[in-house]
Design a protein around this ligand. Sequence first.
Ligand SMILES: Cc1cc2nc3c(=O)[nH]c(=O)nc-3n(C[C@H](O)[C@H](O)[C@H](O)COP(=O)(O)O)c2cc1C
Length: 497
Amino acid sequence: MSADVLLASPSASFAEGQYNRSNARLHGARKVGHTVQGGVTKAETSASVPASAFSIAPMMEYTTVHFRAFARILTRRALLYTEMEVDQTLIHNAAYRDRYLPFPADQHSVALQLGGSDPASMRRAAAYAAPFGYDEVNLNAGCPSETVAGKGCFGAALMRQPLLVAELCTSMREGLASAVLPGAPVPEVTVKHRLGVDDSDSYAELRDFIGTVSERGSVSRFIVHGRIALLNGISPADNRSIPPLRPGWVAALRRDFPHLSFDYNGGLSTATEVARARADGPLAGAGFMIGRAAYARPWDCLSNADVAVFGEDAPSVPSRRVAIERYAEYCDDVERLAADDGELAPNPRVLVKPVLNLFHGERGCGNWKRSSDYLLRQAKLRASNADSTTPRTSDLLHAMMRVIDDDVLDAPPPPASFSGNDDDEEEEDSDSDSPMRSSMMTLPGSATSRAGLGDGVRVVVSGRRRRKKAQIVYENGGEEEEEGEEEGKNLKASAAA
Ligand SMILES: Cc1cc2nc3c(=O)[nH]c(=O)nc-3n(C[C@H](O)[C@H](O)[C@H](O)COP(=O)(O)O)c2cc1C
């Protein structure tokens, strides 16, 4: 993997031919067809499956350029979202822009997420981002964080003002059009949002939101986190687990707005689940986004995506050993570039962080993390000693690999097929118990009313052998995924570490 354009000027990175023009076409493609082979509908060939068929969610402090580099090693095809970048930061901090907006040429397709609520500021922020060649620019209308939503109308609070959202999208598009490099297409502007916010939680309000934003803001693709946001009183982590998931509402949006695209987000864990959901049911052929699981269990989640979802013949990497080797090369590139430019290289801890969960649930996972901590401390000590040479991050990664058994290092990605049941994951995700299926069995009967949505609750335990997964399934079509919440805590813990 090359990081030649990391920290390069926008024009330099574009001049090196990084822009993937075909991608804009793929994003805009209407996804049709309901019979799916290996995640590819009959109306699609592998080459025409849009990157947005499977995307990795924007996650503050997680989907950094380095995590995206690692994710790109695991899947050549998935769409990668950045962390949210706040408009004011981009406008007022040139050093921040130079540090955080560039990305390697081989990282496409990448979507930049912007946060803000002032159309003029969003126009300026989008213009600053335009020359970097993002494939899509997304407006955050779903984040419930106090630091975001609390500042007036921002993040999920924007859902209460669809006209403003439409204006923001128009402004972002104008800003992008004013500053893309000559010959480059204007990236598509999309919106990531919730089903509603606080007591603005009816399907009718959601439908009005989509109608206004699509018509007045010319937005044709929406990424829907399939639960409402509660802005008063519960934490962002609780906001990702307590409000019930309602994938049926996203299916209803597809039915009500057949000319628009909707990607579903919330509660999914693996590319295999995505392939299955694309294959059948009310969300067949839709795009799907995964957040927490992509970070907490990158191998299970991502490594078979190219085959399972995109219909490629082979996965991007044959084993975790190869993935680490490639990521080590990336780290070498990053450190060499920094040295060439006379800049400080990223802290090795920052570079190692994306691979820490690579062996989640595997033999040796604890040793892998402990050895990384030990080696990083040693490296820090050596760095502070003028007489010794500082090891490269790739040296640390190679040393860490020694604590993992060869059979684990060389094991292939999970099978991409989802018809058999001879695999733990397959059993865990068995059709009858999957969160998507359980929820879809209770779709809102009418696209315009909530009638028939009861408040009954039942518990479904799925997964027969390895990792039982308990879900509280609301009869109204949502579920609280307890394991997902656990992952959220793990993410926090690893962030604190
Ligand atoms: C640590 C963390 C940070 C997040 N940051 C953002 C963000 O910056 N922008 C955004 O739209 N959503 C953000 N989210 C929400 C995710 O994009 C996603 O919508 C949510 O996690 C539900 O998907 P999942 O169930 O697949 O994790 C964040 C989630 C987590 C766990």
